[in-house]
Design a protein around this ligand. Structure first.
Ligand code: NAD
Length: 487
């Protein structure tokens, strides 16, 4: 397997294109390898191939499909080192972050294809999963003296997966394939390499047309969204793009899953162990340079410990090493691309211009090349400031004091987004009382957000529609079909 040449994958074959584009290594600003830029005709060919493959693929048993996805996971992991290095080059992720992501991708394929072992999960999932296993067995059945009515789940058809630059495609590939759909994956033009190579590896396992990938320019996503041969768009990315996609999907009545941005609150209660919790909160905010959808983006610290906690956060943030992702002691790599770098700098400039107090960071590092920004903490900016009200998606966070439960809940909920939140407290009952009032899809108590493949992940409010992972994540790739039998 050659990790220096990259192709689109259509109908089981590696394909070039008339035009090409390339990513940029964000740590060096050097261009990476050329990648074919798909034309509209390439998308048509991919859709046609998927339609040709769908009938046979959706007729295979759930067990066979799971088996193939499991083999795919093993084939993917064979190239573990190459994928980690590729991911580091195209995204700027330091080795620990890239390593985790590649292993998490493998785990996602395995968890999904082993039909979710559900270790410790107490719910109806096991019954549902065993019903899903055959895809012909009814999941819900009603019997009366006249008829038997049951609901079963069938695949949707062709799925278009549109991905952002900070995250891979496996959360979409695994559930789409095990439920009997064919999938066409579109990576972000900023980070096409890992996805194209991962799909290429799948060609020795899946029938042609089942798993395909197309890289392209800004026209490709809209073509996929409007294409009448695609039945679902699974999109992860920004809220404005998500809204456009939702609107466009109405024309062909496509199913849509939208995993969008957020402005996650992190509530630190007065009873925490400051020395232990402050570094954990800093990492929850700055891991992968803050370019994680569920990174903590607004930190509320109880006023009884505000100053010492802020100082502990500042001191830990200043100790983080920013630089070359390939240095083993690097904690924080660069911002992934020039567009995002400019955006994050606009938050820094705004904070400086407004005269807010910086307790850590505040500028670029000593590196002469690369999109590096020091982890930055702003001490108690106003509630209506840009840094509190908008998602920077970079290593800059506001920290503010809070006093009463009701007040911190109102402030946390005072946003149109609702992706996630963290609460840190020794008193779990108190943390849970706070959690119940938060308008978000994912709450973590005494932990940074780390989505679990077995548990549904979704956003409330403008952070999305539908979700991924867990049983509900699988059902998002199915149509329900009710059958009423009389006599
Ligand atoms: P983006 O919306 O700019 O782009 C995402 C993808 O959509 C890219 O592949 C892009 O080429 C494509 N695209 C752009 N315009 C399109 C259009 N009109 N029609 C169809 N496709 C189009 O987002 P981004 O900058 O790549 O990603 C960062 C954002 O993603 C952040 O806001 C982050 O919070 C969010 N995100 C959310 C999650 C989640 O699970 N909720 C996960 C990761 C990232």
């Amino acid at each position: 397997m050659d990790f220096t040449s990259f192709s689109n994958i259509i109908n089981g074959k590696q394909c070039g294109a008339l035009k090409s584009y390339h990513g940029i290594n964000p740590a060096t600003e050097e261009p990476l390898w050329d990648v074919p830029c798909a034309a509209e005709a390439d998308l048509d060919r991919a859709v046609e191939a998927a339609q040709g493959a769908f009938h046979a693929w959706s007729s295979t048993t759930f067990e066979d499909r799971c088996d193939m996805v499991k083999r795919y996971a093993e084939a993917f992991l064979t190239y573990e080192k190459e994928f980690i290095e590729l991911l580091m080059k195209e995204t700027g992720k330091p080795i620990d972050v890239a390593d985790r992501e590649i292993h998490s991708s493998y785990e996602g394929l395995i968890e999904t294809s082993e039909r979710f072992p559900w270790a410790g999960v107490e719910c109806k999932s096991q019954i549902l999963m065993s019903s899903l296993a055959k895809f012909t067995l009814p999941v819900e059945t009603l019997k009366d003296d006249k008829k038997t009515a049951s609901v079963r789940y069938v695949p949707l058809g062709i799925v278009g997966a549109i991905c952002p630059w900070n995250l891979g495609a496996f959360a979409k590939i695994a559930p789409a394939l095990v439920t009997g759909n064919c999938i066409i994956v579109k990576p972000s033009p900023y980070t096409p390499y890992t996805t194209l190579k991962a799909v290429e590896i799948g060609q020795s396992i899946f029938p042609p047309g089942v798993l395909q990938a197309l890289g392209g320019n800004e026209k490709l996503g809209p073509w996929m969204v409007s294409h009448p041969g695609i039945q679902k768009i699974s999109f992860t990315g920004s809220i404005p793009t998500g809204k456009t996609i939702l609107e466009k999907c109405a024309k062909t009545m496509k199913r849509v899953t939208l995993e969008l941005g957020g402005n996650d609150a992190c509530i630190v209660c007065g009873d925490v162990d400051i020395e232990k919790t402050a570094p954990a909160v800093v990492l929850a905010a700055f891991k992968n340079s803050g370019q994680i959808c569920v990174a903590s983006k607004r930190i509320y610290v109880h006023q009884s410990i505000y100053r010492p906690f802020l100082e502990a956060m500042a001191s830990y943030a200043q100790s983080l090493k920013v630089g070359d992702p390939f240095n083993s002691d690097t904690d924080i790599g660069p911002i992934q691309n020039a567009m995002q770098f400019t955006k994050v700098k606009s938050f820094l400039d705004d904070c400086k211009g407004q005269g807010y107090r910086f307790v850590a960071g505040g500028g670029r590092t000593g590196c002469t090349k690369g999109y590096f920004i020091q982890p930055t903490i702003i001490d108690d900016p106003p509630e209506d400031s840009k840094i509190v009200t908008e998602e920077p998606f970079g290593p800059i966070i506001p920290v503010q004091p809070w006093c009463e439960d009701e007040e911190v809940i109102n402030r946390s909920n005072n946003t149109r987004t609702g992706l996630g939140a963290c609460i840190w407290s020794k008193d779990i009952d108190h943390a849970d009382r706070l959690a119940r009032k938060l308008e978000v899809g994912n709450i973590y108590i005494n932990s940074p957000l780390r989505p679990d493949w077995r548990v549904f992940f979704s956003g409330h409010k403008e952070s999305g529609i539908g979700g991924e992972r867990g049983v509900q994540g699988l059902l998002a790739y199915c149509n329900a079909q009710a059958v009423h039998i009389y006599g």
